[in-house]
Design a protein around this ligand. Structure first.
Ligand code: NAP
Length: 253
């Protein structure tokens, strides 16, 4: 019998938020390709194609619509899913960004971003982590950003939320590592998705960003998937509290 790859996820169940598009979709398909079954969450009704593709790769797929900004719904739905399924891997990918000068930044754009990017992420970590700790195994992967390290421009609530994600990842790792629960993050660089549509359509900002990326191109969502699969796998059993940049070299510049 061939030895099992330390990157294989056969028999594992992964829950991925924001799985209908962009980076979440690519991570979900990467996990399925490595052998995981999936619970996919999305706000909009857009999970059909990714569920079909993951199913064709051999994954058993459950889909769930959920607005992560809705506190009472998210707690009820997440508790129900976690009671019904033993989730081995949680990927907190859902997130949003709002752009405006800080002096004119609206309450809605401040609280709305923090609610989904930070509060919902913490609650999902807490709900899944509690069960993983009880079982003595589990992997949590949060999606951070270059703006977990840098200030960015015109996106104060996003930057605050992503700095907080890096801190939360380390704080949870410190508590849960002794229980064999790994909490880590991937920090994508500049990826061609809906989140960056405004940047990419601004010729000055777009070429400024490209000029700083040593890899010489924007990332595709698929570029981020491998790092998430690694952090979800037994190969990362001794990796705790790490924020793994997948940035084409941006931070090294
Ligand atoms: P995206 O395609 O717009 O994905 C964002 C996802 O978040 C969508 O699937 C969206 O769900 C979900 N979401 C937003 N608000 C939600 C809510 N209230 N309830 C439930 N789900 C919600 O853009 P993306 O770039 O792939 O973003 C994914 C993650 O990567 C985000 O955390 C983002 O901050 C992070 N990131 C992106 C970049 C980049 O350059 N693109 C760089 C660093 C980090 P719906 O499809 O249902 O709206």
């Amino acid at each position: 019998m061939a030895p099992t790859s330390p990157f294989a996820l056969d028999g594992r169940l992964a829950m991925v938020t924001g799985a209908g598009s962009g980076i979440g979709r690519a991570i979900a398909l990467g996990l399925a390709a490595a052998g995981a079954d999936l619970i996919l969450l999305s706000e909009r009704d857009n999970l059909g194609p990714v569920a079909e593709e993951a199913g064709a790769a051999g994954a058993a797929v459950t889909t769930q619509l959920l607005d992560l900004a809705d506190r009472s719904a998210r707690s009820a739905v997440v508790e129900r899913l976690l009671e019904a399924h033993a989730v081995d891997i949680l990927v907190n990918n859902a997130g949003l960004i709002r752009r405006a000068p800080a002096a004119e930044f609206s309450d809605e754009d401040w609280y709305g971003v923090i609610e989904v990017n930070l509060h919902a992420t913490f609650e999902l970590c807490r709900a899944a982590g509690r069960r993983m700790v009880a079982r003595g195994s589990g992997k949590i992967i949060n999606v951070a950003s270059m703006l977990s390290f840098q200030g960015g421009l015109l996106v104060p609530s996003y930057t605050a939320s992503k700095h907080a994600i890096a801190g939360l990842t380390r704080a949870l790792a410190n508590e849960w590592a002794p229980h064999r629960v790994n909490v880590n993050a991937v920090a994508p660089g500049y990826v061609a998705t809906a989140t960056t549509a405004a940047l990419r359509s601004d010729p000055a900002r777009s070429s400024e960003i490209l000029a700083r990326i040593p890899a010489g191109r924007w990332a595709e969502p698929e570029d981020v998937a491998g790092a998430a699969v690694f952090l979800a796998s037994p190969a990362a059993d001794y990796v705790h509290g790490h924020v793994l940049a997948v940035d084409g070299g941006w931070l090294s510049r």
